[in-house]
Design a protein around this ligand. Structure first.
Ligand code: DX5
Ligand code: ZN
Length: 220
């Protein structure tokens, strides 16, 4: 039986009631907190930064999965470790020396993740896959919550799963963007291990029940 990791994206939370929303995730069947950090340069939006993550960390009782959508992420690896990140993902497109960056993340005691944009081919991970703990396949163009899911993602998930098996790697496949009950099961069947869901969870009338439904739907 496959128990899929559900990672609500805090970007879609009510920032005026952040502690309440963090406690909601603590009490739910969700597995991770997904934290989107944007710099307004790598992506055309600015989300939140260190002080907000520090506040989230204070209350969060589950794994903290940080998704950096920033240029030159090496500058902040140590800072994110100190702020409580358990998994730190950098963008393939933002790293000149990806292999070195992955080693630096692991040296700080975190799992090392690589996020790839919709246009980035899975084949580009061939030489680093054994060094990557998690690949975050973007199923929307990063920068905003609430966008529509890109259908080509299923093909990418299958291709990545094949690469992982062929290379004997133990990399987790995460899918991020536009995840709902309409695509969750199919993504898991294609090979996804972790699903990020922002608006679908937080805009629901009953987020706890929505998380439970996603969990049930993706236990296959
Ligand atoms: C997009 C972010 C996503 C986003 C997902 O740049 O990386 O994590 O918060 O939000 P939804 O689920 O609303 O697409
Ligand atoms: Zn994200």
């Amino acid at each position: 039986m496959k128990n899929t990791i559900i990672a609500p994206s805090v970007l879609a939370a009510d920032f005026g009631n952040l502690q309440r929303d963090i406690e909601m995730i603590n009490a739910s069947e969700a597995d991770w907190f997904h934290i989107d950090i944007m710099d307004g340069i790598f992506v055309p939006n600015i989300s939140y930064g260190m002080p907000v993550l520090e506040a989230i960390s204070k209350h969060a009782k589950k794994t903290i999965d940080v998704h950096l959508m920033i240029i030159d992420p090496d500058r902040y690896i140590k800072t994110f470790a100190e702020l409580g990140a358990n998994i730190l993902s950098v963008h393939y497109e933002a790293c000149t020396h990806l292999h070195r960056t992955l080693q630096a993340i692991k040296a700080e005691g975190m799992k090392a993740g690589v996020a790839i944009n919709p246009h980035t081919n899975i084949d580009l991970l061939e030489d680093t896959i054994n060094d990557i703990d998690l690949v975050c396949i973007m199923s929307v163009n990063p920068g905003f919550g609430g966008q529509s899911f890109i259908e080509n993602t299923y093909t990418k998930v299958r291709k990545l799963k094949d690469l992982i098996i062929r290379k004997g790697a133990s990399t987790i496949i995460e899918v991020d963007g536009g995840v709902t009950n309409q695509n969750a099961k199919q993504l898991v069947e294609a090979g996804a291990d972790a699903l990020v869901a922002g608006s679908y969870v937080f805009k629901a009338t009953d987020p706890i029940a929505t998380i439970a439904d996603l969990k049930k739907l993706t236990t296959i």
